[in-house]
Design a protein around this ligand. Structure first.
Ligand code: SAM
Length: 244
């Protein structure tokens, strides 16, 4: 399927629409399935941050703070985004450790080597190869040597599970990865210590059932199920370090 929305400018404009921001949190944070998925990602990201003693964190494309609101292992943080509507949603839920700024991830208003960690979910995959190379160059600039970057990736091998479209009511370009292509890409940007963790298993089963069911027991059962390493994972969390 050819993406209707592609290229940095179109992606920025699409997510800046107030209706998209409003629907984003409802949809991405809404159903039981989505809640489980968000929790699994946030827990893995927080675990990776814990190993890093993060004083200063940057979240790039923070959106409605779907992930950031669940993170604990850092002292202070900046969240940046180009959408005022998204930032307004984020402001409602983030604690006092967070500062938010409207700016472009490709031109960050921060000094070189400023951050101990960068988190960016559902963001970097929206850009084409050339754009991603520029984006990661800019992200590396503001990372201190040894800082960690954590992103996510859709598994290119599980297209059949229905991730043909990304975006809320549009069809936003998204690149998909295997662990090998993810690792190779991060190495090509000069990152070291690249690690690719499977995030969620049993996507199809959980999605089908969770959309019908509710309740804490079901949520717990699905969280256990989603971590059982059987079959192919639906997505990955990628962690890498800026070379010292
Ligand atoms: C798919 S949302 C992801 C939001 C959040 N990270 C999450 O995981 O739910 C992509 C976000 O990137 C923002 N965005 C798009 N282009 C951007 C750019 N060039 N610089 C900074 N943010 C951008 C959008 O406004 C939107 O909030």
């Amino acid at each position: 399927m050819v993406a209707e929305i592609h290229g940095k400018d179109q992606i920025m404009r699409y997510y800046s629409r107030p209706d998209v921001a409003e629907e984003y949190q409802q949809l991405r944070g809404g159903s039981l399935f989505r809640q489980i998925r968000t929790t699994i990602h946030a827990e893995k990201i927080d675990e990776l941050l814990a190993g890093q003693k993060v004083k200063k964190l940057l979240e790039v494309g923070v959106g409605t703070a779907r992930i950031s609101r669940k993170l604990r292992n850092f002292k202070g943080a900046w969240g940046i985004d180009t959408s005022v509507a998204m930032l307004n949603e984020a402001r409602k839920v983030l604690d006092a450790r967070w500062k938010l700024k409207k700016c472009d991830a490709f031109h960050l208003p921060f000094e070189d080597n400023e951050f101990d960690a960068i988190v960016s979910t559902r963001f970097t995959w929206h850009f084409n190869k050339k754009e991603r190379a520029k984006l990661f160059e800019e992200l590396q600039r503001v990372m201190r040597p040894g800082a960690i970057i954590i992103t996510d990736a859709l598994n290119a091998e599980v297209e059949r599970y229905g991730f043909k479209k990304t975006g809320i009511n549009g069809n936003v370009f998204a690149v998909k990865y295997t662990p090998e292509t993810a690792e190779a890409e991060f190495r090509s940007y000069g990152f070291s210590d690249v690690r690719v963790f499977p995030a969620m298993y049993f996507f199809g089963v959980i999605k089908a059932f969770s959309e019908r069911g509710r309740g804490t027991y079901l949520k717990s059962a699905f969280r256990i199920l989603s971590k059982l390493p059987l079959g192919k994972p639906y997505d990955y969390i990628i962690a890498a370090k800026k070379t010292s």
